[in-house]
Structures are given as structure tokens and as C-alpha cells.
Design a protein around this ligand. Structure first.
Ligand SMILES: NC(=O)c1ccc[n+]([C@@H]2O[C@H](COP(=O)([O-])OP(=O)(O)OC[C@H]3O[C@@H](n4cnc5c(N)ncnc54)[C@H](OP(=O)(O)O)[C@@H]3O)[C@@H](O)[C@H]2O)c1
Length: 237
């Protein structure tokens, strides 16, 4: 398959690009910072683009699937990168006759009353974060999901929970399920995205991916967000 990845130069995007290539596919990695992209491979093309601008049709032309791990940090300013960017991607796909779209959303953007094994700290902090520092991001993630559902494309929306880093895949749980726990390892998310892109049964579905092993504590995640410490979290094994 030829797979185009928006957000390819992010933490999840780099893992995803590597997994796409390791699975034997060709990849187009889209970034505003092509000179900083760390992966090179004969089956990889690096494309420079800002999703908030036009001109994406040439990038997606010929793709079998488009994956998006686009993201912006929490801010109190208005955010429209998720929705306006994804609308531009959708328009480019329609113009190029490309149908398969898989986007990363977030379980944090929606109430999850059925979530299992919810840590007490998540129950305390999530409502505060989603209504304060995370509000503008989560508002735009919800607008993005509406853009995707109304796109007329073969779409799948993938909702991870709090992202953290692990060196190896785990036995993550995923699909049309309630989230389990508070976290998703980026490597599990990347693995699941590659699988979903090829899975016809996932079309027009909103799915969840949860990591249940080697997870950090909610306190570690809150500290990371509060102090913007970019170092990968040490999992509490
Ligand atoms: N952090 C969490 O706990 C959490 C939880 C649930 C869901 N999520 C979602 O998971 C996804 C991946 O998260 P992550 O932490 O791996 O992301 P990340 O490292 O922040 O990467 C996001 C990427 O989006 C790209 N991007 C942003 N604005 C762009 C624009 N205007 N045009 C083109 N590219 C743009 C950036 O690439 P360039 O700068 O190279 O262009 C950036 O590398 C995001 O959608 C996030 O919302 C995160």
C-alpha cells in the first residue's frame, strides 16, 4: 500500500512512519519541518506542507490510505488545526479520488461512562483539564470528528487515551469498546493505526485503543503536562 501520514514528524507520527515501512508499505510523511525528519528509506517520500493551507491534493494523489496523527499542544487560544486541517485533507482526498481515511482523536474529548479500571486521579483531573487548559483543543477535536463523519469517505476515527512511550508493543486492547484505564502507548497506537488502515470492517467506525500494561500513573502524566517535561515517561512496571 501507499500510505500518506499527516503529523508524521510528531512523536506518534515518527513511530507510525517506521511501522508503515516495516510492514512493507510505501509512505509519504507530511511535515512542516522536512529538514528535521529523522527517517530515510527508499520507500519513503517526505512532503512539506501545512495542513491549514491548500495544495494537499498532489500529496495524497495515488494513496491507498491517508492516516492523520495531527496534533497541537493545549492552549487557551482558539484551535482549528484539527478541524480546518482535516477538512483540507478531506477535500484533497475527494479531489484526488482517494477514499480511505484514518484519524487520531482522543477519548478525552467525550464522556466515557463505560471506561473500565479508571484511576481515581483521572476521574478527578480529566473534567478539570477538559474544561480549562484542554478546552480549545478538545472542542476542535470534536469538530474534526464531525468533519470526518460527514466526509463521505471510508473513514475510521481512532480514540487513544493519555499517550506515553514504551519501547515495545504490549497486548493492547482495541476496537468498538469502552476505554480501559487511562493510557495508550504511542507504539500500540501506531501498530493499531497500520492494522486499521487495512481493515475493511473498521470502516465508518469510531474505535478505541487502550494500553493496560506498563502504564505510568496519572500523577506522572499530570506532572508532565503541568511542567511540559518532554522526557519520555518512565513506566511504573
Ligand atoms: N498527548 C496525549 O496524551 C494525547 C491523548 C489522546 C490523543 N492524542 C492525540 O494523538 C495524536 C498524536 O499525538 P502526539 O503527541 O504524537 O503528537 P505530536 O508529537 O504533538 O505531533 C503532532 C504533529 O502534528 C503536526 N502538525 C501540527 N500542526 C500542523 C500543521 N498546521 N500542518 C502540518 N502538520 C501539523 C506537527 O508536525 P510538524 O511540526 O512537523 O509540521 C506535529 O509533529 C494527536 O492527534 C493528539 O491530539 C494525544
Amino acid at each position: 500500500m501507499q500510505i500518506v501520514i499527516f503529523g508524521a514528524n510528531g512523536v506518534t507520527g515518527r513511530l507510525l512512519t517506521r511501522r508503515v515501512l516495516d510492514a512493507g508499505h510505501s509512505a509519504v510523511a507530511v511535515t512542516r519541518r522536512p529538514d528535521d525528519f529523522p527517517i530515510s528509506d527508499p520507500r519513503l517520500t517526505i512532503a512539506s506542507a501545512d495542513v491549514r493551507r491548500d495544495g494537499l491534493a498532489a500529496i495524497v494523489a495515488g494513496a491507498d490510505a491517508v492516516l492523520s496523527t495531527l496534533g497541537v499542544p493545549f492552549t487557551r487560544q482558539p484551535v482549528d488545526t484539527y478541524s480546518a486541517g482535516t477538512r483540507n485533507v478531506v477535500n484533497a482526498m475527494r479531489a484526488s479520488g482517494v477514499n480511505r481515511l484514518v484519524v487520531v482523536s482522543s477519548t478525552g474529548a467525550y464522556p466515557t461512562p463505560g471506561r473500565r479500571d479508571t484511576p481515581l486521579a483521572l476521574r478527578l483531573f480529566e473534567p478539570i483539564i477538559t474544561r480549562t487548559i484542554g478546552k480549545t483543543v478538545y472542542d476542535d477535536i470534536r469538530r474534526m470528528e464531525a468533519v470526518v463523519r460527514d466526509s463521505g469517505l471510508d473513514w475510521t476515527i481512532v480514540r487513544p487515551s493519555g499517550l506515553f512511550d514504551l519501547p515495545e508493543l504490549t497486548n493492547y486492547v482495541a476496537g468498538e469498546i469502552d476505554p480501559v484505564g487511562a493510557f495508550t502507548a504511542r507504539i500500540d497506537l501506531a501498530d493499531y493505526l497500520v492494522k486499521v488502515a487495512q481493515d475493511r470492517t473498521a470502516r465508518s467506525k469510531t474505535v478505541v485503543v487502550s494500553t493496560t500494561e506498563h502504564t505510568p500513573t496519572v500523577w506522572e502524566m499530570v506532572r508532565r503536562e503541568a511542567f511540559k517535561n518532554d522526557a519520555p515517561l518512565a513506566p511504573s512496571v
